[in-house]
Write a protein that binds this ligand. Structure first.
Ligand code: GSF
Length: 218
């Protein structure tokens, strides 16, 4: 078996989703930096791996996969010692899948609608309606958190996906315990993971600093 290679950059939330999954599964991998801010994702070589030219990309056994949600599910299906992080039970899996799609189609999509203009077109402010969508997403998450984790009583890859996105949100909207107490408690719980700093904390801090600079905030 060849070594697993992850292409991307830690400031990207979906890249951090994959890092969290690799660490949770205790897998050996190589991390190759592809800095999309410097257009390193637009080379012929990278577009051969992923014609959609997004990071993360995972290379495993000669196959290239993209989209963090698909990659996280693949890693657990292929390498998980059990199905805890991505349950096989149809109902439990459907709840995890719903949260993953929520991240993909709502939470991360709304964040990307803010970050892409800042990074690519050097826009310097964020329209209020885009901020309202972020806040709406946070309120949805608060209502999902009936148990300790985002898709139920145990941690799954849905926690990784949503964690990587919301910890980046903080550059634009405050996440405060008065408004979303369960969400704040869940972030605190997740941040106690032994690999949290390496797989999410470090990259989120870089993203927040960069975004705040773009927005002229401290
Ligand atoms: C989103 C990846 C993405 O938009 C996933 O992997 O979950 N649904 C995908 N990645 C951005 C970087 S970021 O905003 O984290 C990216 O690669 N943008 C460059 C481009 O050309 O789209």
């Amino acid at each position: 078996m060849g070594k697993i290679v992850l292409y991307g950059i830690e400031l990207s939330p979906p890249v951090r989703t994959v890092l969290l999954t690799l660490e949770a599964l205790n897998l050996d991998y190589e991390f190759k930096v592809v800095n999309f801010l410097n257009k390193e994702h637009r080379t012929e070589e990278f577009e051969k791996k992923n014609p959609q030219h997004t990071v993360p990309v995972l290379e495993d056994d000669g196959h290239c996969l993209w989209d963090s949600h698909a990659i996280a599910a693949y890693l657990v299906n292929k390498y998980g010692k059990d199905d805890a992080l991505y349950p096989k039970d149809p109902l439990k899996r459907a709840v995890v899948d719903q949260r993953l799609h929520f991240d993909s189609g709502v939470l991360f999509a709304n964040a990307r609608n803010i970050t892409a203009p800042l990074f690519i077109r050097n826009v310097t402010d964020v329209p209020q309606e885009k901020i309202d969508l972020l806040n709406e997403g946070l309120n949805f998450l608060e209502s999902f958190l009936v148990h300790d984790f985002i898709a139920g009583e145990t941690m799954t890859i849905a926690d990784f996906s949503i964690l990587s996105t919301v910890t980046t949100y903080e550059a634009v909207v405050p996440i405060d315990a008065a408004r979303t107490p369960k969400l704040v408690a869940w972030i605190k719980r997740m941040s106690k993971l032994p690999y949290y700093e390496k797989a999410n904390g470090k990259g989120a801090a870089v993203a927040i600093k960069l975004l705040k600079e773009k927005l002229g905030r401290k």
